[in-house]
Design a binder for this molecule. Structure first.
Ligand SMILES: [Zn+2]
Length: 141
């Protein structure tokens, strides 16, 4: 039997105690990244972010998504069709009576959002991310 929260059994390059995370993260980022929370749709300023740049993990700073892969999904959450190679991991999330694919930072294990098979080409995937779990750094490359 696999548990709902397989990520808890994984180990990541960056690990901190709950108290350490609480000290360095905003309350909303802590709730999303460390407690698998979901921000209310339409609340993240990153929804409207259209500049070139990189979206990084708000927990550990790992680069997660290039702005070139961001698109407007009209879901109210920042959406991407592909992550930076190796930047994220996935687990099966069976909470809320649904089976979804959970997405987390490969470096610190922080919860980022979910991925759905209804995205645009070339991947056909929609990485539906919480803006609170990310920090945007404008700039090329
Ligand atoms: Zn991270």
């Amino acid at each position: 039997m696999s548990s709902k929260r397989d990520t808890l059994a994984e180990t990541f390059p960056v690990t901190r105690t709950e108290e350490e995370w609480r000290a360095i993260l905003s309350p909303e980022a802590f709730r999303v990244l460390r407690q698998h929370g979901t921000e209310r749709p339409g609340t993240s300023p990153l929804n409207a972010e259209k500049r070139p740049g990189t979206f990084a993990c708000a927990g550990c700073g790992a680069p997660l998504f290039d702005a070139a892969t961001k698109y407007e999904s009209c879901s109210g959450w920042p959406s991407f069709f592909a992550p930076i190679e190796g930047a994220v991991g996935t687990t099966i999330d069976r909470s809320f009576l649904m089976t979804r694919t959970e997405v987390h930072c490969a470096r610190c294990g922080g919860h980022l959002g979910h991925v759905f098979p209804d995205g645009p080409q070339p991947t056909g995937l929609r990485f539906c991310m919480n803006g609170a779990a990310m920090a945007f750094a404008p700039g090329e490359g």
